[in-house]
Design a protein around this ligand. Structure first.
Ligand code: FES
Ligand SMILES: [Fe+2]
Length: 374
């Protein structure tokens, strides 16, 4: 977003706070519980939305310098993303050519990555760089390097294709409809903090939807999130593919007393970009998080990756504390609610209700249904 768009968004947020309203959907909608219980539908979602569609797994800033790397996992595939010596971003299956162990853990910066099992080492370009007792092996061939995956950081976010045959253009353009909006959020300047992984007994869509509404702030998060955020959100969509909802911190309305020229550079609140199929990128003036939800092995299971990054390296400890606080609310308040919902829906509910005050949830349920090919 440029400055004019940022100011306009702040103005909309202030208006929503002063009138104590939100951007509402025109009507309530219902969703059939089969969406969360049907194994056939689930298998198609798994294949089409996750294995065959690019996934957003991090911020470009996390692999800014040559030699930097992050590791992650998606759909059971261990991932490694590096910046090679020529400044090129690269992604690999994080599996050693010798016997498959991971060649890197966590994140960091190194000249080479060395597998801790038997010590094969690799350059940041994925090529085998050396191995103990070399004479015991034949000449290395291309199978001795790490297996590459298509990757793009064109948008400022790291987008990976889990299928090595996915065309590069597909990962490059995955966020084309929304990437202009990312401008000014500093995705290329973020520093890695931590990723937590949760295995949850709930359908992935129930978990994704936790990050799509503020209806639950005053009840589920009464003592945590609701202490500093207002639920008065504004909502936008981008070419019917991605969405954005923004909600203000308490006190934003005081800005109305000042001339716009004195308004802050960053929106005092959280801006949450929801990206296909079920990932949210949440930013505030100090930090950012990615909450990536994917299907688990069965229709009633999911895996969630909760990644925190910070904008200012010198404030890393503050960012760590904020990440821990948000992570704890997510783990102890949001996720248990989703588990209860899954169990309750399976116990014989027919439909669930999505209010006019939950437009983002409505948007995504419609989109998921439309996008799923037979
Ligand atoms: S599995 Fe990596 S060196 Fe053996
Ligand atoms: Fe929540």
């Amino acid at each position: 977003m440029n400055r004019a768009d940022t100011l306009a968004l702040m103005r909309r947020l202030i208006d929503r706070v002063t009138s104590n309203t939100i951007d509402e959907a025109p009507a309530m909608m219902t969703e059939n519980v089969a969406e969360f219980l049907c194994p056939q539908r689930f298998a198609r979602e798994r294949q089409q939305f996750f294995l065959d569609s690019p996934q957003v797994i991090g911020f470009a800033g996390e692999v800014k310098e040559p030699g930097s790397f992050i590791t992650s996992e998606a759909m059971g595939i261990p991932l490694l993303v590096t910046r090679d010596n020529h400044g090129q971003i690269r992604a690999f299956v994080n599996a050693c050519a010798h016997r498959g162990a991971r060649v890197a853990h966590g994140h960091g910066s190194k000249a080479r990555l060395t597998c801790k099992f038997h010590g094969w080492s690799y350059g940041m370009d994925g090529q085998l760089a050396g191995r103990p007792q070399e004479a015991c092996f034949d000449q290395p061939d291309r199978r001795c390097g790490l297996a590459p995956l298509p990757v793009s950081d064109r948008s400022g976010l790291i987008v990976v294709g889990l299928d090595p045959a996915m065309p590069q253009e597909k990962v490059d353009t995955h966020l084309a409809d929304i990437e202009q909006q990312f401008e000014g959020f500093g995705f290329r300047e973020m520093h890695s903090l931590e990723t937590r992984r949760f295995e949850v007994k709930a359908n992935w869509k129930l978990i994704a939807a936790l990050s799509y509404e503020s209806y639950h702030f005053a009840t589920l998060h009464r003592d945590t999130v609701a202490q500093w955020l207002r639920p008065n959100y504004v909502f936008d969509t981008f070419n019917h593919r991605h969405s954005r909802w923004s909600f203000p911190m308490k006190g934003i309305e005081k800005l109305a007393e000042k001339p716009q020229a004195e308004w802050p550079a960053a929106i005092p609140g959280a801006v949450s970009h929801a990206l296909f199929p079920g990932t949210v990128v949440i930013t505030n003036p100090e930090d950012a998080q990615i909450i990536r939800t994917e299907p688990g092995p069965t229709v009633d299971t999911a895996v969630v990756y909760y990644t925190g990054v910070c904008r200012h390296a010198e404030k890393m400890e503050d960012s760590r504390a904020a990440y821990a606080f948000g992570g704890l609310a997510f783990e102890t308040e949001d996720l248990p609610a989703a588990v209860e919902c899954q169990q309750g829906l399976a116990a014989g509910r027919e439909v669930l209700f999505i209010g006019r005050n939950e437009p983002v949830v409505q948007f995504w349920h419609r989109l998921w249904r439309e996008q799923l090919a037979d």
